[in-house]
Design a binder for this molecule. Structure first.
Ligand code: SAM
Ligand code: SF4
Length: 376
């Protein structure tokens, strides 16, 4: 199994009222430049201190955010080039997240030339009223223009993020958005149910009222009907929030649910290497000052913990837990280790236990967290 790299880009033009990702608006150009110089130094340091032969097989690189399309493209392309050179990467899935309001043809061309071969666009909705409520800086036209720019620049593998369960949104509206995205050649669609996160503006606005405005039944209806519509359009759901045309599943997303190892680079980034889950503090200044001092250990995973986490992650995927793989990895039959969790959830119709795979049923999908907890 190869390794993976995640780079965090903690800058945005402005903060969306629902978002609790680590990202800062209004950061000076000088600081952004120093940030990316530090990322380059971190990459060189990591490559000079490779952990194992696995580091010679970097399978995916993912620039996430924040908004990687907000800083000058030169910072991003220099950093990608450094990663490719330092780790000797020839073939890999290389994704960049972009926001329609900070993308133009020059940037799209620069990303492609530097080697990115996959783009994930924060579309959220193609309904101007919904976009306004979400505090997005782009409208429907801006979102569609961004997709056209990427296509014209030469990107084939384009993904779009959509949000569901937003006040004022309708099932029909989301289905129409899916149709439009399909007609524009989008290959992968992530659908996220609006989460009201503490510390965001939406938390103050909706913490007590969201279920009155969007009832849980309507929210679930939107989720399931969106998935059905995507299936009809040829996008197969391969994980709770992700659907793709065949062959366009994200290898980077998949690495997290497979328990694969990955480097986390940049302030706010998390990584998992040699049984250690670690993080970089959410602190751009601290990172620039000393990227090594910015790192903290979140958890040292024992074999027992890895074994408990494996089903927790794998249950997010449509194929579910590969029982042979579990046996090969941990030397035990999953039915012996988790008999109680499996029997309980199979009898209540939330899990199906088929030869080779244990997976969530359609009913189980709505209670995925509850089922996964039983394995932890
Ligand atoms: C880092 S952003 C994507 C790139 C870029 N920053 C943008 O917004 O266009 C990751 C995605 O997470 C989703 N997201 C963020 N906050 C969310 C929330 N509170 N509930 C549901 N989805 C959320 C959005 O779909 C967003 O596109
Ligand atoms: S949703 Fe994207 S653009 Fe909006 S604040 Fe979060 S990271 Fe920034």
């Amino acid at each position: 199994m190869g390794r993976h790299i995640y780079v965090h880009n903690p800058f945005c033009i402005s903060k969306c009222p629902y978002c609790d990702f680590y990202s800062c608006p209004n950061v000076s150009k000088g600081k952004i430049q120093r940030y990316y110089e530090t990322c380059v130094n971190e990459v060189r340091f990591l490559a000079a201190n490779k952990k194992s032969a696995e580091d010679d097989h970097m399978d995916t690189i993912y620039f996430g955010g924040g908004t990687p399309s907000y800083p000058d493209a030169e910072h991003i392309t220099t950093l990608l080039k450094t990663i490719l050179e330092e780790f000797g990467i020839k073939e890999a899935e290389k994704t960049i997240e972009v926001n329609p309001s900070s993308l133009d043809m020059d940037k799209a061309g620069a990303y492609l030339d530097a080697g990115f071969n996959r783009v994930s666009v924060g579309i959220q909705s193609l309904d101007d009223e919904v976009l306004k409520l979400l505090g997005r800086r782009h409208d429907r036209k801006g979102a569609i223009d961004a997709l056209k720019i990427l296509k014209d620049a030469g990107f084939e593998n384009i993904s779009a993020d959509l949000m569901t369960g937003v006040p004022g949104q309708s099932v029909e509206g989301i289905k129409n958005d899916c149709l439009t995205l399909a007609s524009l050649g989008v290959k992968h669609i992530s659908t996220y149910s609006l989460a009201i996160e503490e510390g965001t503006m939406f938390f103050e606005k909706y913490k007590n009222t969201i279920e009155d405005i969007v009832s849980p039944d309507l929210e679930r209806k939107m989720y399931h009907e969106t998935l059905n519509c995507l299936e009809d359009l040829g996008y197969k759901r391969y994980e709770i929030s992700n659907s793709a045309l065949p062959g366009f599943e994200s290898r980077h997303n998949t690495c997290y649910w497979d328990g694969a190892e990955y480097y986390g680079i940049g302030a706010g980034a998390h990584g998992y290497l040699e049984s250690v889950r670690y993080g970089h503090k959410d602190d751009i200044d601290g990172y620039i000052k000393d990227f090594r001092a910015n790192v903290y250990t979140e958890e040292v995973m024992s074999e027992e913990e890895k074994m408990r986490e494996y089903p927790f992650l794998a249950l997010r995927t449509k194929k579910g837990i590969d029982t042979q793989r579990f046996k090969k990895r941990f030397g035990k039959d999953i039915h012996d280790v988790f008999s109680e969790a499996i029997n309980k959830n199979v009898s209540s119709g939330l899990l199906e236990d088929e030869p080779g795979f244990i997976r969530l049923t359609l009913k189980g999908l709505d209670l995925a967290n509850q089922v996964s907890e039983d394995f932890l």
